[in-house]
Write a protein that binds this ligand. Sequence first.
Ligand SMILES: [Cu+2]
Length: 419
Amino acid sequence: MKSNFLRISYLVLFIFGIVFLIKHSPSYAETDSSKATVQKLPYTPVITPNGSTMPWTMDPDGVKVFRLTVDQCQHEIAPGMTINAWCYNGQTPGPTIEAVEGDRVRIFVTNKLPEQTAVHWHGVLVPNGMDGVSGLTQKGIQPGETFKYEFTLKQHGTFMYHSHGDEMTQMGLGTMGFFIIHPKKPTGLRVDRDFAIFLNEWFVEPGTKTPNPNIMTDFNIFTFNSRAYPGTAPLVAKTGDRVRIRFGNVGQESHPIHIHGINFKVVATDGGDVPESAQWPETTVAVFPGQTRTIEFVADAPGDWPVHCHRRHHPMNAMGHETPNMIGVNQDGVKDAVRTLVPGYMAMGETGMDDMSDMGMKGPENTLPMMAGKGQFGPVGMGGMFTVLMVRDNLKDYDHPGDYPHPAGTVAGPVQPNQ
Ligand SMILES: [Cu+2]
């Protein structure tokens, strides 16, 4: 009897352990500092959704030390699709470097790629020889070598780090990360939530795993922090929270990022703070290659609000382009004829592509469906650069809060004509 009780106890503990692990799995975890540490910091730590913040140590001479290793890695774009990427510390984007204006930083970079590299600190004002441009300001870091970068941070803002040497290949495969410097003397209101989202696009031939960096324009995977919806973590806020989102882009395309339900202001670029007199209200911010844009707003409206790129193909996954345009074409009879040659063929596109979001059609291996995601009312029909800003009253923590409980009578629905 007693041993049965023990067995059941162990089983219950095991199940709780599994649930805990799933809940805290790194792909959705907010990898900011622990809550105790947060209280002590003079700033709100940055959250890199689906990513992490780089740990650092303090050398006896008062210099903050960071360590970056650039190497090949396996990276999951969303459940069902993993790519062969080039990563910093095993991830793309690389872990976010977070420091404070006035800090002296020492950054060791180890190259485990099969070719030389260098790391450029985009927007950070550094001595010329620390600028990280192979050939021009330093020798390339050869495979197996470690280089030391060291400089004092003279400014604050949202900056980036990325390889500078065979950029097309190295950045095309994922070598990028945020470099965020908090102000020494903060002005204005402290934010409650501070998110950092890297924008990027890739071309991965359906059924394959290695992005093709030679592609110039025709991309088919669009990502927030190298994840495509529904693999993107939601942004959770309490009603009334002051929220900052920092966007970065070192890709090939511009991305107009649109947020539903709130208005925001662009408060900074990688060139510095935007004076308050020069800020205007917006619902969409364009982020061009080589730019960062930092926006702020008060999350004053509870609900599930989309955050997405407004280029029409960018909140979509592979297969959203180069399909024949069948809108309005009567395909009666075509299906049966083609099925004699291609078993299981489905005619699609006659009334638009929305059917794709509910079809569960099996694509080539390692290829995401064009649109996916499930909401409380049915298929969401999105992919790529899409996530949800979840604003809720009375949240106890910032874990996934579940579906938004719409107040009665506030959801659009069917009525009789002329009603
Ligand atoms: Cu876009």
